[in-house]
Design a protein around this ligand. Structure first.
Ligand code: C2E
Ligand code: CA
Ligand code: CA
Ligand code: CA
Length: 279
């Protein structure tokens, strides 16, 4: 028994080493990823409910790794946060998203905002406001066409500090969206004071909305809360017609999800935005 225990331990240790080694390698690669031009943004449209027009797109980061192929954010964002590499990475995302949207606007795209996700580390980094200002200045994108998405839990971690940072960003003319809403622990007092424009209902509440009466009640309450606070309400993860109808009937302003549009490379977006003349 002792022997088996020891073998099991060795096996565990070896596989742990392999894992640690792989993570270290990935961090090394990530350090080079910007310079090597391996980062890519995909864009997922947000639609006015029930089915359009497009009111914005969300930039979602991908990493074209030379050996591992196309990596999704779930495979490297945590690592980037732990090593603070998210700060230069996030600055790249901001610059690229603003540059791309300014270019689409110059091509005659319908007025459409680009949303960029900010991680907790980025949000609490002292250089954030300057980084955002630079991205806007360099791209000459109209500030009202940039939306920053921060999660409810990030915003509430230090709610008083968040109010201040968000106010500085709002003063520049851009918009703020509270992401993954319903999964954090909002103080309603601070929610009222947060200078936000939009609430995004987390996918977890949308999934079983049509079957689960509790989820339906929560979504309904979030929509009512958003309306009271004068916020636009976006539901994420809309995959079925049933969810689309349900959300529209509950008074949800905007919808995002595979049903209406998956994240796609920037190269194919202009066709969507230029030929959308429904408004
Ligand atoms: P998120 O901000 O909640 O983004 C929505 C995620 O749900 C995206 O995954 C999107 O592709 C996926 N999604 C959209 N519609 C549907 C649907 O109908 N069904 C399902 N099952 N999924 C849907 P993705 O692109 O893998 O991104 C995951 C997370 O990574 C994002 O969650 C966001 O938190 C983070 N992330 C992505 N890009 C960036 C970035 O540039 N910076 C930072 N800091 N985080 C990012
Ligand atoms: Ca988001
Ligand atoms: Ca989400
Ligand atoms: Ca979610």
């Amino acid at each position: 028994a002792k022997r088996a225990g020891r073998d099991a331990y060795c096996f565990f240790e070896t596989s742990m080493n392999v894992n640690v080694h792989r993570q270290l390698q990935l961090v090394q690669d990530l350090r080079q990823a910007i310079a090597r031009n391996e980062l890519v943004l995909h864009y997922q449209p947000k639609f006015k409910a029930p089915a359009g027009p497009i009111i914005g797109v969300e930039a979602l980061l991908r990493w074209q790794h030379p050996q591992l192929g196309l990596l999704m954010p779930g495979e490297f964002i945590d690592l980037a946060e732990k090593t603070s590499l998210i700060v230069p990475l996030g600055a790249w995302v901001l610059n690229e998203a603003c540059r791309q949207m300014a270019q689409w606007q110059a091509m005659g795209a319908a007025t459409c905002a680009v949303a960029v996700n900010l991680s907790a580390v980025q949000f609490s980094h002292p250089g954030l406001v300057d980084t955002v200002r630079q991205a806007l200045e360099q791209s000459r994108l109209e500030p009202r066409l940039l939306t920053l998405e921060i999660t409810e839990s990030t915003a509430m971690r230090d709610a008083a500090a968040s109010v201040e940072i968000l106010q500085q960003l709002r003063d520049m003319g851009l918009h703020v969206s509270i992401d993954d809403f319903g999964t954090g622990y909002s103080s309603l007092l601070y929610l009222k004071r947060l200078p936000a424009n939009e609430l995004k209902i987390d996918r977890a509440f949308v999934r079983d909305l049509a079957q689960d009466t509790e989820d339906a009640a929560i979504v309904s309450a979030i929509i009512a809360l958003g309306q009271t606070l004068n916020l636009r309400i976006v539901a994420e993860g809309v995959e079925t017609r049933e969810q689309q109808d349900f959300l529209t009937n509950l008074g949800c302003d905007s919808l995002q999800g595979y049903l209406l549009g998956k994240p796609k490379p920037g190269s194919i977006l202009p066709s969507l935005m230029l030929h959308d003349d429904r408004d």
